[in-house]
Design a protein around this ligand. Structure first.
Ligand code: HPA
Ligand code: ZN
Length: 328
């Protein structure tokens, strides 16, 4: 098979995708119409070409990303969003997906936590039943908001504990170190949730933040995190603990002009459990297959290494050991 056929045919797991980041311009317009919300003509596209969203860094991305969520109001809206992503992922042979969601981006504008999670949960149940996929939810806290709001969100989520596999940390990392949320994550662990944190690639304090998530928070995974290449002791530490990294090459190339292919390959060859993911595929214009293709084309990754990347994903996934055996 050609490289593309090989990638398309491979059963894949996705571990780093923000459900709000799967809002395609077409669904955005459809939900706006359904909810009678006026959206600016420029909301999908800053430049006037009809290909979708456009921006050049994390700040300009987040400035489009959060306002676009205003079209998400009812459980049906959240259901449609998640089911559209799951159908797309299924069409790319993604057989398991762990999906981030940002409850605070919705509760802060008056949408209830139960509306959000009920819609997402119904989409997962339908995908499991009708497509035979497996999928779960990871609840993220917004790091540019108050830790008290994060803790209140955690409490609100407790009645839905079994619908959430773990918790994460996302949004604007600048001046928002992981340690700010140490007590929130300690509580999450006490409640039995697994833990991951974004450590973005373009942060001046990246190494300090990675040390915090490893030493103070005690994460089970790191989202992005490729900056560990700068520090051999951190590379050894994540290897010893079997901590995986969820890397997002297409996303990297949009927010920094560097897809970090070299770093991802170096870590892979050093035995770190790195994985390939899509992050915000509707915005960055690349789902799983496009991200895998980018690694093959621009980082010269071999077919054997592509298999290793997907084995890593199933190994570091948060599915039960019994289910894991089926995949690996
Ligand atoms: N970085 C930080 N927060 C985010 C992102 C991202 O790429 N996508 C959605 N929330
Ligand atoms: Zn992300």
């Amino acid at each position: 098979p050609t490289m593309e056929e090989f990638i398309v045919g491979m059963p894949k797991a996705e571990l780093h995708v923000h459900l709000e980041g799967t809002l395609e311009p077409s669904l955005h317009r459809k939900l706006a119409a359904r909810n009678s919300i006026n959206i600016p003509a420029t909301s999908d596209n800053v430049s006037g070409n009809s290909n979708g969203y456009l921006f050049h860094d994390l700040t300009s991305f987040l400035a489009v990303y959060y306002p676009n969520m205003e079209v998400l109001l009812t459980a049906e809206d959240f259901f449609d969003l998640a089911f559209a992503y799951l159908s797309k992922a299924y069409s790319q042979n993604v057989v398991h997906a762990e999906m981030f969601f940002d409850p605070q981006a919705h509760t802060s504008r008056g949408v209830s936590f139960s509306t959000v999670i009920t819609g997402f949960r119904q989409a997962i149940v339908k995908a499991e039943r009708e497509l035979g996929m497996s999928a779960s939810l990871i609840m993220c806290f917004l790091r540019d908001m108050d830790p008290g709001f994060a803790m209140a969100t955690l409490t609100e989520a407790l009645p839905y504990k079994d619908w959430i596999v773990g918790v994460g940390l996302d949004s604007d990392e600048r001046d928002n170190p992981p340690s700010k949320f140490a007590s929130v994550f300690a509580r999450a662990k006490k409640e039995g949730w697994l833990v991951t944190c974004h450590c973005d690639i373009d942060q001046p304090n990246s190494i300090a933040h990675i040390r915090q998530v490893l030493r103070d928070i005690g994460v089970d995974r790191i989202d992005h995190g490729t900056n560990i290449v700068e520090d051999e002791t951190l590379v050894q530490l994540v290897k010893e603990r079997g901590i995986g990294l969820t890397c997002c090459p297409v996303s990297n190339s949009v927010v920094t002009n560097d897809f970090k292919g070299r770093e991802i390959v170096q870590l892979l060859r050093q035995g770190v459990k790195v994985t390939i993911n899509s992050d915000d595929p509707a915005y960055f214009r690349g789902y799983m297959n496009e991200n895998m293709m980018k690694m093959a084309k621009d980082a010269d990754v071999t077919k054997g290494e592509l298999i290793r990347l997907q084995k890593n994903a199933f190994e570091i996934s948060w599915i039960s050991e019994r289910k894991k055996e089926k995949f690996i």
